[in-house]
Ligand binder design. Structure first.
Ligand code: TXA
Ligand code: MG
Length: 319
């Protein structure tokens, strides 16, 4: 199969209407999309990314859609979260309606819903008559793509079309929130900071670092991983512990100098965690594709998107 890349939403819509899989841009990361209401189409997503069938997919809806078509019960707090954060990087997991095929949810009776804010994907959703099931557009377990080129580099030949919407403006996957009864629980840290969510929910429960039988494989300890070894901590200390290696350094604001540093990605010179998030996955990919032997990453401040950045880095560091 030849993989094309471009900005033709009519072509993307036409392919999706024929049950094909198309890579789509979103504000968080690129997704691998198919008609969420068609089992035939959704199977192809799992095949294209070698994703295990036990891992449920997020369903992306358009702004004018009614979430009640897809979820049977919406607690008040969920409604408030939708009003405040949609469209945007927040996925809300709720009991599904029968319209969602069970392959989408890996047999679970809940579905993750998200209303993406990227204008191109919203236009696309308006053109098709169905919501889009989409995981991140990377081979299972690898770093999520934040540009059309990242998708192409890994999925060339596996999908017919990549809709190019430019670099993702958030750079981290959505924050995922589920419910136990009326109580909201964070399953995955992501593009919507916890502090912002807590302005609506009050202090929120976290269920994040499960390492076996996770509810969300984004919770798997080793995930989002580059092929090279990643160490997190104080850079100077790490340099002393691993002398003589060709280093790649992912730092927040500060540039590091030493003769064995091959590459140093300063994610935000101005110390802004949102800007750092935009650059994180690109830096991890570049490190992976370079002559760097090991990657050292700083611990980011646990504020704003810093928490989600630390979460991704620590999963990348697990072997
Ligand atoms: O920002 C995002 O969320 C991106 C873009 C493309 O929308 N999507 C994304 O999808 O990151 P994925 O499949 O790579 O990660 C979604 C996570 C998975 O770990 C999955 O297990 C979890 O969401 N998930 C989906 N449905 C769920 C459900 N019903 N209950 C619990 N977790 C669920
Ligand atoms: Mg993923």
């Amino acid at each position: 199969m030849k993989t094309e890349s471009g900005t033709d939403i009519l072509k993307a819509a036409e392919l999706l209407s024929r049950d094909a899989v198309v890579a789509i841009p979103t504000e968080t990361v690129y997704g691998l999309a198919a008609n969420a209401l068609s089992e035939t189409a959704v199977v192809k997503i799992f095949e294209a990314k070698d994703r295990p069938f036990f891992d449920p997919l997020i369903v992306h809806i358009k702004k004018s859609d009614d979430p009640a078509r897809y979820v049977s019960l919406i607690p008040d707090i969920a409604k408030k979260l939708m009003n405040r954060f949609w469209p945007g990087p927040l996925t809300i997991v709720l009991p599904k309606t029968d319209i969602i095929p069970s392959i989408v949810t890996a047999g679970q009776d809940t579905v993750g819903l998200r209303m993406p804010s990227h204008p191109l994907v919203q236009q696309l959703l308006e053109l098709v008559a169905f919501p889009l099931a989409a995981p991140s557009a990377n081979p299972f377990g690898y770093i999520s793509p934040t540009t059309a080129k990242h998708v192409f580099d890994q999925l060339d030949g596996r999908i017919p079309y990549i809709l190019d919407g430019g670099p993702s403006t958030v750079g981290l996957e959505s924050t995922i929130i589920g419910f136990e009864g009326d109580e909201p629980i964070v399953y995955r840290l992501g593009g919507t900071p916890i502090e912002d969510i807590e302005t609506i929910t009050g202090k929120i429960k976290m269920q994040i670092n499960l390492s076996s039988n996770p509810i969300a494989p984004g919770q798997l300890k080793s995930h989002y991983a580059p092929a090279k070894l990643v160490f997190i901590g104080d850079i100077e200390l790490l340099m002393n512990q691993h002398p003589g290696k060709k280093l790649g350094i992912i730092s927040f604001e500060k540039e590091w100098n030493a003769s064995n540093i091959i590459l140093n990605w300063v994610l935000s010179k101005s110390g802004n965690t949102e800007e750092a998030a935009v650059n994180l996955f690109r830096a991890m990919r570049e490190a992976d594709n370079s002559a760097v032997e090991i990657i050292f990453a700083e611990v980011f401040p646990e504020v704003g998107l810093g928490r989600a950045i630390n979460d991704r880095l620590s999963r990348a560091a697990v072997r």
